[in-house]
Design a protein around this ligand. Structure first.
Ligand SMILES: NC(=O)C1=CN([C@@H]2O[C@H](COP(=O)(O)OP(=O)(O)OC[C@H]3O[C@@H](n4cnc5c(N)ncnc54)[C@H](OP(=O)(O)O)[C@@H]3O)[C@@H](O)[C@H]2O)C=CC1
Ligand SMILES: O=C(O)CCC(=O)C(=O)O
Length: 447
């Protein structure tokens, strides 16, 4: 079996050797899916996984825009249309200076499996730009978004490809992008998700990724007769996913003691509460400040510059910032400190060695493609509401989100439970995500 995996990875590396994040994401899937395929006659000889690692389409384009001082800038825009076997391409847009083809290909590849897990008819895609919204005025962000959509609009549509937000793309950016699409195409459609409530957005979409991550962790904890009540929770990031993961964990009676950004983390020994979280939301979403300001405001908190929060003792860890933010040593620290559950809110935040540490220790570990699928699932619900031209209540959407997260958990158990009763959620998520897409690809022939 190891030879088969190696031969497959050699071919992937030969074609994508300069794309480390993409190779990392593919390796994880290959290690779990290739042994599964070997025992399933219908997939043998069809090279399904080899077809799945090649994007159906990779679009790269120039984005030129003018700053407030009149200077012209050039960024690179992308859309990776990875797989459309089970529905239109669906996945976020990331604006961050580190964006490149490797990062977007890993994200698009993971998205294919994640979207399949949601049970909704969505293919996988991802896009973005190396544009950095930090330090830019609202007008500059608007001009960039408009320039970006000037090209992107040719490649997307409500039945073709439906982008949404990711790092650096929130409500403000989705508004500017939607406005330009509508102007160019002269149509008001559900071409993007994460829209404002008064122009086609869904209730709970802003909360969905963070809430969904906590719902998934709740399901995992339930298998051990545990809950969030009274648990100490460590969260990284302080953006969209982190904010709402914190909100839901606090609501369930947990003590959330950390948040972070790229400059360091805050540790609040008393834990966050509603008022402190409202301060973070205003700081990050409106004033666009740094998390260190939390420690200036609250005497119970301290700021740890340049560090990540994995050195803090906790029961549950929710990495919600970015890829590879938690390494093997961090995993060892968490295990030594008694952490029993790790659910990824971000995409691939734990590196390969960290994932092996957690699974070897047989603690509850959820890969992002399962635990953070609530965001895209609720985007799928936004698409349904747009098509039906109706708007569900907050309670209706939240109920559907909870059901979807439970279904994903059940699928992981179905394909990931091992003989000794331990559930390998990585294996479960990869195989369950693969089966639905692979079956659709088989039915549609070699294209
Ligand atoms: N939004 C969504 O619906 C979904 C998001 N995700 C994933 O969740 C993660 C967070 O996304 P989201 O909350 O939307 O993004 P935001 O832009 O709202 O927040 C990102 C957070 O991560 C921090 N961060 C970014 N890069 C780094 C870095 N290199 N080191 C340390 N911290 C960093 C940011 O800090 P700073 O401000 O200093 O950069 C910020 O606190 C991403 O992995 C994304 O792909 C997954 C599913 C859906
Ligand atoms: O809501 C969406 O379409 C995108 C969410 C996303 O980018 C993700 O799941 O990583």
């Amino acid at each position: 079996m190891e030879n088969k995996i190696k031969a497959f990875m050699d071919e992937v590396i030969a074609r994508n050797g300069h794309e480390p994040e993409f190779i990392q994401a593919v390796q994880e899937v290959a290690e779990t899916v290739i042994p599964y395929i070997a025992n399933q006659d219908i997939y043998n000889g069809k090279n399904i996984l080899l077809r799945m690692v090649e994007p159906e389409r990779l679009i790269s384009f120039r984005v030129a825009w003018v700053d407030d001082a009149g200077e012209i800038h050039v960024n690179r825009g992308y859309r990776i249309q990875m797989n459309s076997a089970i529905g239109p391409y669906k996945g976020g847009l990331r604006f961050h200076p580190t964006v490149n083809a490797s990062i977007l290909k890993f994200l698009a590849f993971e998205q294919v499996f994640k979207n399949s897990l949601t049970t909704l008819p969505m293919g996988g895609g991802k896009g973005g730009s190396d544009f950095d919204p930090k330090g830019k005025s609202d007008d500059e962000v608007m001009r960039f978004c408009h320039a970006f959509m000037l090209e992107l609009n040719r490649h997307i549509g409500p039945n073709t490809d439906v982008p949404a937000g990711d790092i650096g793309v929130g409500a403000r950016e989705i508004g500017f992008l939607f406005g330009m699409y509508k102007k160019i195409r002269n149509e008001f459609t559900g071409v993007l998700t994460g829209k404002g409530l008064s122009w086609g957005g869904s209730k709970i979409r802003p909360e969905a990724t963070g809430y969904g991550t906590v719902y998934f962790a709740q399901s995992m904890l339930k298998t051990k007769n545990e809950t969030f009540e009274g648990k100490t929770v460590v969260i990284s990031g302080s953006g969209n996913v982190a904010q709402y993961a914190a909100e839901k964990a606090i609501l369930l009676g947990a003590k959330v003691v950390t948040l972070s950004d790229s400059s360091g983390y805050i540790y609040d020994k008393d834990g966050l509460n509603d008022e402190k979280l409202a301060f973070v939301m205003d700081l990050k979403n409106n004033r666009r400040g740094r998390i260190s300001e939390y420690a200036d405001k609250y005497a119970s908190a301290e700021f740890h510059k340049g560090k990540t929060p994995w050195e803090v003792k906790c029961d549950i860890a929710l990495p919600c910032a970015t890829q590879n933010e938690l390494n093997q040593q961090d995993a060892k620290n968490l295990l030594k400190n008694g952490c029993m559950c790790v659910a990824e809110g971000a995409n691939m935040p734990c590196d390969t060695d960290a994932v092996h540490e957690f699974n070897n220790a047989k603690i509850l570990f959820a890969p992002g493609k399962a635990s953070n699928a609530g965001g895209v699932a609720t985007s799928g619900l936004e698409m349904s509401q747009n098509s039906l031209r109706i708007s569900w209540t907050r309670e209706e959407v939240d109920e559907r989100l909870k059901d979807i997260m439970e279904d994903i958990h059940d699928s992981c158990i179905e394909y990931g439970k091992e003989e000794d009763g331990f559930c390998n959620y990585v294996k479960g998520a990869n195989i369950a995500g693969f089966v639905k897409v692979a079956d659709a690809m088989l039915a549609q022939g070699v294209i």
